[in-house]
Design a protein around this ligand. Structure first.
Ligand code: ARG
Length: 459
């Protein structure tokens, strides 16, 4: 049964049929399709286009189809062009000719746009929960590793001392913004296309406000042409997914580095590591490499659909059928990745002594400059003086904190009456360095403690 066979007498080429058919991927819209049809039948009855009895029969049939889907008994046929055709075909088998009345005033154009929006509305809460779970894992790490010091990097060069806790939370906040973006995208998704017909609207007196409410949409779409043809809601979700992918990739790259022997800050649990078929000693971070690698496809699905959408003549074009696979792929990918990453983070072992050993006193050169600022030197000069101290320590091949007081004082003479005193050696204490950065958002334990509370409140 073709939904559009009437004006044709020839048979469709089988390969062209396969190309045209979307059942292989849009069968995932089955539950949404039936739900949309249940509400549409009701709207038709209210509009006087179906009798009470016809509506009841259609309801019975659709409910039976729903339970076939839920129990996995629904039989698809080769001849089902897409999920909408399959449902209508089955309704006819179950209920007879009354099934043919369901499509009154409706097109697959407003139907598929509705189904896909419903699918997004059903699935975004699950993605949100998976993101929240990863955030919870980061908070747990921040609490468990509280006060452990590590080197903070810029340009992948040792820069300043930070708290490992602070670093974990630096990966929490991007995910928080991702969740906010998804939530906003969801609000814009909840605009109902059903009742817009093929493109120009429906000629039946459908109460679209009631229809929107019945399907848990916040409003009926205001323009039928826009409603059947725009897929910006999918693009927004693909963008959010791509950005989540980029955030996960950044985190993953850091874990790959930090679990290498060169760093040795972190150690993977066996549950989340893999070995080599050749090199017996290997313990590989495949899970994190896959997180990093999958960001490529996540960005690609966004790019692909953006290009598909560009320059389409209004309104519905079959190009729009290409909106589903990237959306499903993106959501599936994140739902696969996120729980694994959360588990892997929770089970990581930290080696505080390795992180401590990677902190050398030159990382406190800024603190040395700040010490000189407290002595009255303008920061620019203090920066230059501390830089010369670093140069001297490198020249002498000894750590910065091993310069003698006389050596410090000799450097200071150039800059006027700057008197170094024995207190200068305090600046080389890494814990002190962290402690001093206590303004909101800084790495001091008190500030990080407050940040943890804030993060907990946010999730
Ligand atoms: N399978 C189609 C899609 O996903 C359904 C809409 C078909 N509409 C049409 N005018 N051929 O876009």
């Amino acid at each position: 049964m073709k939904l559009w066979g009437g004006r044709f007498s020839g048979k469709m080429d089988p390969a062209a049929w396969d190309l045209n058919s979307s059942l292989a991927f849009d069968r995932r819209l089955a539950l949404q399709d039936v739900r949309g049809s249940l509400s549409w039948a009701q709207a038709l009855e209210q509009a006087g286009a179906l009798t009470e009895d016809e509506c009841a029969q259609i309801f019975t049939g659709l409910q039976a189809i729903l339970s076939e889907f839920e129990q996995g008994h629904f039989l698809f046929l080769e001849s089902d062009e897409d999920i909408h055709t399959a449902v209508e075909r089955r309704l006819g088998e179950l209920m007879g000719p009354v099934a043919g009345k369901l499509h009154t005033g409706r097109s697959r154009n407003d139907q598929v746009a509705t189904d896909l929006r419903l699918w997004v509305m059903d699935h975004l809460p699950l993605l949100d929960a998976a993101l929240a779970n990863l955030q919870a894992a980061l908070i747990e790490r921040a609490e468990a590793d509280f006060e452990l010091l590590m080197p903070g990097y810029t340009h992948l060069q040792r820069a300043q001392v930070i708290l490992l806790s602070h670093w974990w939370l630096s990966h929490f906040w991007p995910l928080q913004r991702d969740r906010q973006r998804l939530k906003q995208a969801l609000q814009r998704t909840a605009s109902l296309p059903l009742g817009c017909g093929a493109l120009a609207g429906t000629p039946y007196p459908i109460d679209r406000l009631a229809l929107a409410e019945a399907l848990s949409f916040s409003e009926p779409a205001s323009n039928s042409l826009d409603a059947v043809s725009e897929r910006d809601f999918v693009l927004e979700i693909l963008f959010c997914s791509a950005l989540v992918g980029v955030h996960l990739s950044k985190l993953a790259e850091a874990i790959v580095l930090f679990t290498s022997l060169e760093f040795g800050f972190l150690e993977l649990s066996d549950a989340y590591a893999t070995g080599s078929s050749l090199m017996p000693q290997k313990k590989n971070p495949d899970v994190f490499e896959l997180a990093r690698g999958k960001s490529g496809a996540l960005v690609g699905w966004l790019t692909g659909l953006l290009v598909t959408m560009k320059g389409l003549p209004s309104t519905y074009d079959k190009d729009l059928q290409e909106d589903k696979t990237p959306l499903f792929n993106a959501i599936d990918t994140l739902n696969t990745l996120l729980p694994v990453l959360a588990g892997a983070l929770r089970s990581l072992r930290v080696h505080p002594e390795r992180m401590r050993a990677a902190i050398d006193s030159t990382m406190m050169a800024t603190d040395l400059a700040d010490y000189l600022v407290e002595k009255g030197l303008p920061f620019r000069q203090a920066h230059a003086l501390a830089g010369q101290a670093v140069q001297l320590s490198l020249k002498q091949g000894k750590p910065l904190e091993s310069l003698t007081l006389e050596e410090f004082q000799a450097l200071g003479e150039e800059f006027g009456p700057i008197t170094f005193d024995a207190e200068v050696y305090q600046v080389f204490d890494p814990a002190r360095s962290a402690l001093r950065r206590s303004a909101i958002g800084g790495t001091a334990p008190q500030a990080v403690h407050e940040q943890i509370q804030q993060a907990k409140k946010a999730v």
